[in-house]
Design a binder for this molecule. Structure first.
Ligand code: GRF
Length: 202
Protein backbone atom coordinates (compact mmCIF):
# COMPACT_ATOMS: atom_id res chain seq x y z
CA UNK A 1 0.00 0.00 0.00
CA UNK A 2 1.36 3.46 -0.95
CA UNK A 3 2.23 5.64 2.02
CA UNK A 4 1.35 9.32 1.92
CA UNK A 5 3.03 12.24 3.70
CA UNK A 6 1.16 15.53 3.94
CA UNK A 7 3.23 18.71 4.27
CA UNK A 8 1.30 21.52 5.96
CA UNK A 9 2.10 24.67 7.94
CA UNK A 10 -1.29 25.93 9.07
CA UNK A 11 -4.91 25.19 9.79
CA UNK A 12 -5.06 21.81 8.11
CA UNK A 13 -8.55 21.76 6.63
CA UNK A 14 -7.22 19.95 3.56
CA UNK A 15 -5.29 17.59 5.81
CA UNK A 16 -8.60 16.80 7.49
CA UNK A 17 -10.44 16.20 4.24
CA UNK A 18 -7.69 13.87 2.98
CA UNK A 19 -7.47 11.99 6.28
CA UNK A 20 -11.24 11.43 6.15
CA UNK A 21 -11.05 10.15 2.58
CA UNK A 22 -8.32 7.71 3.60
CA UNK A 23 -10.28 6.57 6.64
CA UNK A 24 -13.46 6.02 4.64
CA UNK A 25 -11.57 3.88 2.12
CA UNK A 26 -12.10 6.29 -0.79
CA UNK A 27 -8.31 6.60 -1.02
CA UNK A 28 -6.71 3.20 -0.62
CA UNK A 29 -3.42 4.30 0.87
CA UNK A 30 -1.91 4.89 4.26
CA UNK A 31 -1.62 8.42 5.63
CA UNK A 32 1.67 7.78 7.39
CA UNK A 33 3.13 11.19 8.15
CA UNK A 34 2.52 14.89 8.64
CA UNK A 35 5.54 17.09 7.97
CA UNK A 36 5.12 20.49 9.57
CA UNK A 37 7.51 23.44 9.92
CA UNK A 38 5.42 25.47 12.36
CA UNK A 39 5.04 24.39 15.99
CA UNK A 40 1.94 26.61 16.40
CA UNK A 41 0.06 25.07 13.46
CA UNK A 42 -3.40 23.72 14.22
CA UNK A 43 -2.76 20.87 11.80
CA UNK A 44 -0.40 19.28 14.35
CA UNK A 45 -3.22 18.83 16.85
CA UNK A 46 -5.46 17.42 14.13
CA UNK A 47 -2.84 14.79 13.24
CA UNK A 48 -2.19 13.90 16.86
CA UNK A 49 -5.89 13.41 17.50
CA UNK A 50 -6.04 11.02 14.56
CA UNK A 51 -2.94 9.14 15.69
CA UNK A 52 -0.92 10.19 12.64
CA UNK A 53 2.82 10.55 13.11
CA UNK A 54 4.08 14.16 13.09
CA UNK A 55 7.56 15.27 12.00
CA UNK A 56 8.07 18.86 13.16
CA UNK A 57 11.06 20.18 11.24
CA UNK A 58 11.83 23.87 11.65
CA UNK A 59 14.03 25.82 9.25
CA UNK A 60 15.53 27.83 12.12
CA UNK A 61 17.12 24.69 13.54
CA UNK A 62 19.33 24.25 10.47
CA UNK A 63 22.09 26.40 9.04
CA UNK A 64 21.12 25.70 5.44
CA UNK A 65 18.01 24.87 3.46
CA UNK A 66 19.84 21.77 2.27
CA UNK A 67 20.26 20.47 5.82
CA UNK A 68 16.62 21.32 6.61
CA UNK A 69 15.44 19.32 3.61
CA UNK A 70 17.87 16.48 4.33
CA UNK A 71 16.17 16.02 7.70
CA UNK A 72 12.76 15.97 6.02
CA UNK A 73 14.01 13.40 3.49
CA UNK A 74 15.25 11.22 6.37
CA UNK A 75 11.72 11.22 7.81
CA UNK A 76 10.25 10.37 4.41
CA UNK A 77 12.70 7.51 3.91
CA UNK A 78 12.09 6.13 7.40
CA UNK A 79 8.39 5.89 6.55
CA UNK A 80 8.94 4.70 2.97
CA UNK A 81 6.76 7.51 1.61
CA UNK A 82 5.51 7.12 -1.96
CA UNK A 83 3.47 10.32 -2.36
CA UNK A 84 4.00 13.81 -0.94
CA UNK A 85 0.90 15.98 -0.69
CA UNK A 86 1.49 19.69 -0.14
CA UNK A 87 -1.43 21.29 1.67
CA UNK A 88 -0.57 24.82 2.69
CA UNK A 89 3.14 24.13 3.26
CA UNK A 90 4.56 27.63 3.24
CA UNK A 91 8.02 26.78 1.95
CA UNK A 92 9.37 26.36 -1.55
CA UNK A 93 11.08 23.00 -2.00
CA UNK A 94 14.49 23.06 -3.70
CA UNK A 95 15.15 21.62 -7.14
CA UNK A 96 17.20 18.90 -5.46
CA UNK A 97 14.26 17.87 -3.26
CA UNK A 98 11.76 17.97 -6.13
CA UNK A 99 14.17 15.94 -8.27
CA UNK A 100 14.41 13.22 -5.63
CA UNK A 101 10.64 12.81 -5.57
CA UNK A 102 10.01 13.52 -9.25
CA UNK A 103 6.31 13.14 -10.19
CA UNK A 104 5.52 12.09 -6.63
CA UNK A 105 4.78 15.54 -5.17
CA UNK A 106 1.42 17.21 -5.68
CA UNK A 107 0.08 20.59 -4.59
CA UNK A 108 -3.25 22.36 -4.37
CA UNK A 109 -3.59 25.99 -5.33
CA UNK A 110 -6.68 28.15 -4.72
CA UNK A 111 -7.06 29.57 -8.24
CA UNK A 112 -7.31 28.37 -11.81
CA UNK A 113 -3.62 28.20 -12.68
CA UNK A 114 -1.74 29.75 -14.39
CA UNK A 115 -3.76 32.73 -13.15
CA UNK A 116 -3.11 34.13 -9.69
CA UNK A 117 -0.05 32.21 -8.59
CA UNK A 118 1.50 32.90 -5.20
CA UNK A 119 0.37 33.00 -1.61
CA UNK A 120 -2.63 35.31 -2.16
CA UNK A 121 -4.41 33.44 -4.93
CA UNK A 122 -7.91 33.92 -3.51
CA UNK A 123 -7.51 37.60 -2.62
CA UNK A 124 -5.79 38.46 -5.90
CA UNK A 125 -8.61 36.85 -7.92
CA UNK A 126 -11.25 38.61 -5.81
CA UNK A 127 -9.54 42.02 -6.09
CA UNK A 128 -9.10 41.60 -9.84
CA UNK A 129 -12.86 41.38 -10.23
CA UNK A 130 -12.98 38.19 -12.23
CA UNK A 131 -16.26 36.27 -12.24
CA UNK A 132 -14.92 32.71 -12.24
CA UNK A 133 -12.02 31.45 -10.19
CA UNK A 134 -11.39 27.96 -8.82
CA UNK A 135 -9.00 25.35 -7.58
CA UNK A 136 -6.07 23.50 -9.19
CA UNK A 137 -4.29 20.30 -8.17
CA UNK A 138 -0.98 19.86 -9.96
CA UNK A 139 2.30 17.97 -9.88
CA UNK A 140 5.11 20.00 -8.40
CA UNK A 141 8.09 20.93 -10.56
CA UNK A 142 10.92 23.37 -10.01
CA UNK A 143 8.80 26.49 -10.58
CA UNK A 144 6.21 27.71 -8.11
CA UNK A 145 2.56 26.82 -8.89
CA UNK A 146 3.61 25.56 -12.30
CA UNK A 147 3.79 21.76 -12.77
CA UNK A 148 1.48 19.58 -14.89
CA UNK A 149 -2.19 20.04 -13.97
CA UNK A 150 -4.11 17.03 -12.65
CA UNK A 151 -7.56 18.46 -11.92
CA UNK A 152 -9.20 21.88 -11.89
CA UNK A 153 -12.64 22.95 -10.72
CA UNK A 154 -14.39 26.30 -11.11
CA UNK A 155 -15.84 28.51 -8.39
CA UNK A 156 -18.15 31.37 -9.36
CA UNK A 157 -17.63 34.79 -7.81
CA UNK A 158 -21.06 36.34 -7.30
CA UNK A 159 -21.76 40.02 -6.73
CA UNK A 160 -22.83 39.20 -3.19
CA UNK A 161 -19.53 37.47 -2.38
CA UNK A 162 -17.11 38.95 0.11
CA UNK A 163 -13.52 37.79 0.35
CA UNK A 164 -14.55 35.65 3.32
CA UNK A 165 -17.47 33.98 1.54
CA UNK A 166 -15.26 33.37 -1.49
CA UNK A 167 -12.61 31.75 0.72
CA UNK A 168 -15.26 29.43 2.13
CA UNK A 169 -16.42 28.43 -1.35
CA UNK A 170 -12.85 27.80 -2.47
CA UNK A 171 -12.02 25.67 0.55
CA UNK A 172 -15.18 23.62 0.08
CA UNK A 173 -14.14 22.91 -3.49
CA UNK A 174 -10.58 22.09 -2.37
CA UNK A 175 -11.84 19.52 0.10
CA UNK A 176 -13.61 17.69 -2.74
CA UNK A 177 -10.98 18.04 -5.43
CA UNK A 178 -7.85 17.12 -3.47
CA UNK A 179 -9.07 13.68 -2.32
CA UNK A 180 -10.25 12.97 -5.90
CA UNK A 181 -6.81 13.81 -7.32
CA UNK A 182 -5.01 11.75 -4.68
CA UNK A 183 -7.31 8.82 -5.39
CA UNK A 184 -6.35 8.99 -9.08
CA UNK A 185 -2.65 9.01 -8.22
CA UNK A 186 -2.96 6.10 -5.80
CA UNK A 187 -4.88 4.07 -8.39
CA UNK A 188 -2.04 4.66 -10.87
CA UNK A 189 -4.36 6.50 -13.24
CA UNK A 190 -2.27 9.61 -13.90
CA UNK A 191 0.04 9.55 -16.89
CA UNK A 192 2.30 12.56 -17.37
CA UNK A 193 3.37 13.48 -20.88
CA UNK A 194 5.26 16.76 -20.97
CA UNK A 195 2.94 19.37 -19.47
CA UNK A 196 -0.16 17.23 -19.91
CA UNK A 197 -1.63 14.78 -17.46
CA UNK A 198 -3.79 12.09 -18.97
CA UNK A 199 -6.34 10.43 -16.69
CA UNK A 200 -6.61 6.75 -17.47
CA UNK A 201 -10.04 5.18 -17.28
CA UNK A 202 -10.36 1.87 -15.51
C1 GRF B 1 -5.35 26.12 0.90
O1 GRF B 1 -6.16 27.17 0.49
C2 GRF B 1 -4.46 25.67 -0.22
O2 GRF B 1 -5.01 25.88 -1.49
C3 GRF B 1 -3.24 26.53 -0.06
O3 GRF B 1 -3.08 26.66 1.34
C4 GRF B 1 -4.35 26.54 1.97
C5 GRF B 1 -4.23 25.54 3.07
O4 GRF B 1 -5.37 25.53 3.90
N1 GRF B 1 -2.12 25.94 -0.74
P1 GRF B 1 -5.58 24.43 5.02
O5 GRF B 1 -4.39 24.54 5.99
O6 GRF B 1 -5.61 23.09 4.36
O7 GRF B 1 -6.86 24.75 5.70
Amino acid sequence: MIKIAIFASGRGSNFNAIAKAVKSGLIKARLALLVCDNPEALVIRKAERMGIKVALVQRKDFTSKKDFETRIIAHLKAQDIGLIVLAGFMRILSARFVGKYKNRIINIHPSVLPSFKGTEGIRDAYDYGIKITGVTVHFVDQEMDHGPIILQAPVMIDESDTLVSLEEKIHKQEHKLYPEAIKLFIEGRLKIKGRKVKILTR
